[in-house]
Design a protein around this ligand. Structure first.
Ligand code: SF4
Length: 273
């Protein structure tokens, strides 16, 4: 059995940067992140051992050092942690999407964000905007009405296909439309590498946190293209039956999947042959 890893898979620029910031800070003692620093439970667990602790709120952590995760946090939450020492690991692409959203929301009648309204990145953007905003997860959620001057942006980890589908639907209903594609380069590359690889293999293994938006998009991409695919966080989730009569296995991985996990899973698949 041959196992091929996608050309672009695993850690992206923003995640590498956040991990480095957190590990450097942890050399001077414990640091705390609100929720996971990155959406990869095995990596979060490993970092905990090094003193990077994920918490659900900052209650009782006065005067501790607090890290803003790569996907950012809401300014309303940020206000509450003002007296503490804040280390900002927000990815520059997330900040850019936020700035574009603010500009568009000021200049148009209706701003549409293509993303998940519950995701921390979107929750971090919304408080900066005027009230003329709707968040849609795909084209089916675009309201059935006409728009005046409309703007569209995307969550940085959104699927290119879904973003295009929403833009097309809105363009047919708006007087004027400004599209700012804020999907980050890392997401785009992981999606195109996955698409390229899935055409040449029998089954795809998608590695990454079940809470990772960009990893879930990679699984969706495989399934939309009618490829047998499974998403796992670590090697214990692999099942031998997935590889029955299989000659080529493809591996892709979300932007918060560490390289050591990709290696470990690749070796485990080979050992099942
Ligand atoms: S996926 Fe994109 S936006 Fe998210 S951390 Fe990586 S580079 Fe930044």
């Amino acid at each position: 059995m041959k196992v091929i890893v996608a050309e672009n898979a695993g850690f992206c620029f923003g995640v590498k940067r956040a991990v480095k910031i957190a590990l450097d800070a942890s050399k001077r003692g414990k640091v705390y992140t609100l929720g996971a620093l990155i959406h990869n439970p095995p990596m979060v667990q490993q970092m905990r051992k090094k003193g990077v602790i994920a918490v659900n709120d900052f209650e009782g952590l006065d005067n501790e050092r607090v890290i803003i995760p790569s996907h950012g946090i809401s300014p309303l939450v940020l206000k509450k942690i003002k007296p503490k020492i804040i280390i900002d690991a927000t990815c520059p692409f997330v900040k850019n999407a936020r700035e574009e959203a603010v500009k568009l929301s000021k200049g148009c009648d209706q701003l549409i964000i293509v993303g998940d309204k519950k995701h921390p990145e979107i929750r971090g953007i919304l408080p900066f905007l005027k009230s003329n905003v709707i968040v849609v997860k795909d084209a089916s959620e675009v309201p059935n009405k006409s728009f005046g001057y409309c703007g569209i942006i995307a969550q940085t980890t959104m699927s290119e296909t879904i973003f295009q589908e929403v833009a097309l639907k809105v363009s047919n209903r708006s007087k004027s439309l400004k599209i700012v594609n804020t999907i980050c380069d890392a997401t785009r590359k992981r999606q195109s590498s996955t698409l390229k690889l899935l055409k040449n293999v029998d089954v795809m293994i998608v590695i990454g946190g079940h809470n990772s938006a960009n990893t879930c998009r990679l699984l969706e991409l495989c399934l939309r293209n009618k490829k047998l695919a499974f998403q796992i966080e670590d090697e214990t989730e692999l099942k031998k039956k997935w590889f029955k009569n299989c000659k080529k296995v493809g591996i892709t991985a979300g932007a918060s999947t560490p390289p050591w996990m990709i290696k470990r899973i690749r070796e485990k698949i080979l050992s099942l042959d």
